[in-house]
Design a protein around this ligand. Sequence first.
Ligand code: PEP
Ligand code: MN
Length: 344
Amino acid sequence: MLVVMEAGARPEEIEAVVRHIERIGLRAHTIPGAQRTAIGITGNRGAVDPAVIENFSGVKEVIPVSHSYKLVSREAKPDDSIINVGGVDVGGNGIIVVGGPCAVESYDQTRTIAERIKRGGGQLFRGGAYKPRTSPYSFQGLEEKGLEILARVREEFDLPIVTEAIDHESLALVDQYADCIQIGARNMQNFSLLKAAGRARKPVLLKRGMSATLDELLLSAEYIMSEGNYNVMLCERGVRTFSDHTRNTVDLSIVPAVKRISHLPILVDPSHGTGKRNKVVPMSRASIAVGADGVLVEVHHKPEEALSDGPQALLPDTFDQLVREVDAIARVLGRALQPALAAS
Ligand code: PEP
Ligand code: MN
């Protein structure tokens, strides 16, 4: 159920509706929009009587929401959400490039790559301190030490940090150190982790599971939002198909599909999506052409020595080229690369 307030509804009218919803044991989510404020009602305590809410002053209409996702939908918020990640806007008219290594391996490695991401025009820096690896014998990440390195590099280059949380323990630390919490493909349906991310303070980058449908992705975002964290960005990172010329198949049509029904920004990760360095730039260009709000790519200055995902890592010079080319494509569409934060 969604309560749409009149365009000129006063804050105390909105507050009265919120109080009523909470009094009957449900949760109210105030969603300010460009034209009007909506209030999403969630909870599983049975039906709400729309007639009662319709009588509140300032209420325009009460509409039943037809699908199981509510807060992520354009019915709840018709205009695109813009999420602030450490001072950088994601969504809206600008596009962004997130770059960095698959994993934080050392301070020197991280610093070297961050310097190139900043110089190349990237807005956000990525790097895993907790790595969800298929084999227990593969490098698992530097954990909290990795977060400390990321935080240090952020200060040096004014590059907000995106890094993955793999469980409740790492989530609490990532929330503390980073600017954005990544929930990886393998955890897209870890509902307990999603709820915890919904109670965290930082924005969340939610990656699509490797066999998740559009509805499942949106419902996972709904889990986060239903706990009160409305700063959610989606990320397409390739799904499993019979095609074996790439690691995964980048499902680009999910971008316009998401845009049609959701106000949330969506990025594309062609690094995990293809697994091959030579396909990352073309698929990045294509991602922006289909309307993605940015791309997330892996970069390493010595990919042959990388502790994970070396074959898909771009060299820094190619990252520079990628930034130039996605900006050019964005401009054709009346968009442009977001400015990076000025170095202090
Ligand atoms: C990553 O971004 O480092 C990662 C592990 O991605 P995914 O969850 O998409 O596999
Ligand atoms: Mn990786």
